[in-house]
Design a protein around this ligand. Structure first.
Ligand code: NAD
Length: 503
């Protein structure tokens, strides 16, 4: 037995399921540093039981007409909205992001659930009347069966919803393996789905670590894996899923740049960069972590304007009104950020604001780091090349637009990129030529709306279909194409030995 009173279980076959492994991971309250619960870590046998439940429930769910599935998903939307406050507080208590930001996390997931309620329309196939004499051809989209999602700590509501909503709308059964750092919200989402009418077994949550993930990857019944997390794990999951013949879409880390052109509105740029760089303690895959001012004069103005704003950030308890951002998720995450600041200094980048020494308004045991600002960061520096995932903004200066564009495009990661300018031609050139998947023009965090797709390029994404939007319907279904002929009477054509033609 765990010595901590609260043990977060699994959710299988429509009910909470205590773990049997006797293996647990600590779940912290990041704002105090104290362990608030433990989460059960599943064995391969427990994963197998969840997959078996899913497989048993899936055919009847797939047989419901899409409109009936949509009605159930609509009730799920209503229930999440009704429980918004409760979910946001729970999310914040395990993640450390502010309650207001936690609502944004839930809301952006909810939007994909709303998108998925359009499933009758989204599943419409293609039809070609009279493709040949008396021959019609049509395609239909059928669910894959049992599919799984493996999700990161930083959006414990949004990313599970991005995966599970289109998957179950398409008629699949889903097994979610959320992050072991903040597992409570996914369990509550599964309970609300059940309450909305999603049948038992269609949405299962298995908590765990590598053992559970590997069991999903190797399970022959699991037909597709959707992953979001760090790049090394994304690569591992992509290749191991491919070995066992599964579909996989695996999204990884990021280093998102924002180019600041000399003509940009500097007040607006600073507001946007402060929010996008430090919001959620920089623990967002679409956070801006590098600002690229074009020209020395722009750089001087940008640094002068950013410095006081970074120094004035309110870093404290996520439940306090007025907190800009809260703690990092774990002590290790905090230490990693502190270490990176040291690396940046050692490598010769100019530390303009040192977050290791900044004021913290929260509990001294919490995993807080104040905001840091580096100037004169170059591609030679590790703090430029590697993802820090913390409240650290780097300034990498460029002489002109072409140099800035090359800097962004040459980076190993290619999740998002933004430009701030008043010039339409420059913005258009940037959007067309930059090597990244999601682009913002005077928008610092260009997370696409639910009915477009989300996905990064290069080391930020592996697999060829994006998340949510039309790609998610393609990912969670297989296409069947029917060629049919209904002759009026007995066919007198006889056997044909040539390749069928549509003449
Ligand atoms: P992570 O890679 O540590 O964990 C992600 C998931 O993989 C978790 O469920 C975890 O339990 C599992 N996992 C971890 N190690 C594993 C292993 N060795 N074998 C099998 N499974 C393993 O990521 P994280 O720290 O939870 O999340 C932060 C990362 O996610 C950052 O790199 C961030 O950029 C990235 N992220 C990317 C996107 C995107 O859309 N590209 C979105 C959000 C977060």
């Amino acid at each position: 037995m765990s010595s901590i009173a609260t043990v977060i279980p699994h959710f299988v076959g429509g009910a909470r399921a205590e773990g049997t492994s006797q293996r647990f991971a600590d779940v912290f309250d990041p704002s105090t540093g104290r362990v608030q619960a433990q989460v059960a870590l599943a064995t391969a046998a427990e994963v197998d039981a969840a997959v078996a439940n899913a497989a048993a429930a899936q055919p009847a769910w797939a047989a419901l007409n899409p409109q009936k599935r949509a009605r159930i998903l609509n009730r799920f939307v209503v229930l999440i909205n009704e429980h918004m406050d409760e979910l946001a507080v729970l999310l914040s208590s395990e993640h450390g992001k502010t309650v207001a930001d936690a609502k944004g996390d839930i809301q952006r997931g909810l939007e994909v659930l709303e998108f998925a309620t359009g499933i009758p329309h989204l599943l419409k196939g293609e039809y070609s009347d009279s493709a040949g004499t008396g021959i019609d051809v049509f395609s239909m989209r059928q669910p894959l069966g049992v599919v799984a999602g493996i999700t990161p700590f930083n959006f414990p509501a949004m990313i599970p919803l991005w995966k599970l909503a289109p998957a179950i709308a398409c008629g699949n059964a889903f097994v979610l393996k959320p992050s072991e750092r903040d597992p409570s919200v996914p369990i509550r989402l599964a309970e609300l789905a059940l309450e909305a009418g999603v049948p038992p077994g269609i949405l299962n949550v298995v908590n765990g670590d590598k053992e559970a993930v590997d069991a999903l990857l190797d399970h022959p019944t699991v037909k597709a894996i959707g992953f979001v997390g760090s790049t090394p794990i994304a690569q591992y999951i992509y290749s191991r899923a491919a070995e066992t013949g599964k579909r996989a879409q695996c999204f990884g880390g990021a280093k998102n740049h924002a180019i600041v052109m000399p003509d940009a509105d500097m007040d607006d740029v600073v507001d946007q960069l402060i929010g996008a760089g430090y919001g959620s303690a920089g623990e967002r895959c679409m956070a801006i972590s590098v600002a690229v001012p074009v020209g020395a004069e722009t750089a001087e103005r940008l640094v002068a304007a950013l410095r006081p704003r970074v120094e004035a950030l309110t870093v404290g308890a996520p439940t306090e009104a007025g907190t800009d951002y809260g703690p990092l998720v774990t002590a290790e995450a905090k230490q990693r950020v502190v270490d990176y600041i040291g690396v940046g200094v050692d490598e010769g980048a100019e530390l303009v604001v040192d977050g290791r020494e900044g004021a913290i308004a929260g509990d001294e045991g919490g995993f807080y780091v104040a905001g840091s600002l580096f100037d004169r960061v170059t591609p030679e520096h590790r703090i430029y090349r590697e993802e820090i995932f913390g409240p650290v903004l780097s300034i990498a200066r460029a002489a002109d637009f072409e140099e800035a564009l090359a800097l962004v495009s040459d980076h190993e990661y290619g999740n998002g990129a933004a430009i701030f300018t008043r010039d339409g031609h420059t913005a258009r050139e940037f959007a067309r030529r930059v090597q990244a998947g999601m682009i913002g023009v005077n928008v610092p965090i260009p997370v696409p709306i639910a009915y477009h797709t989300f996905g990064g390029w290069k080391a930020s994404g592996f697999g060829d279909l994006n998340q949510h939007g039309p790609d998610s319907i393609r990912f969670y279904t297989k296409t069947k194409t029917v060629t049919q002929r209904w002759p009026k009477g007995p066919d007198e054509g006889g056997a044909s030995f040539v390749m069928p033609q549509m003449a």
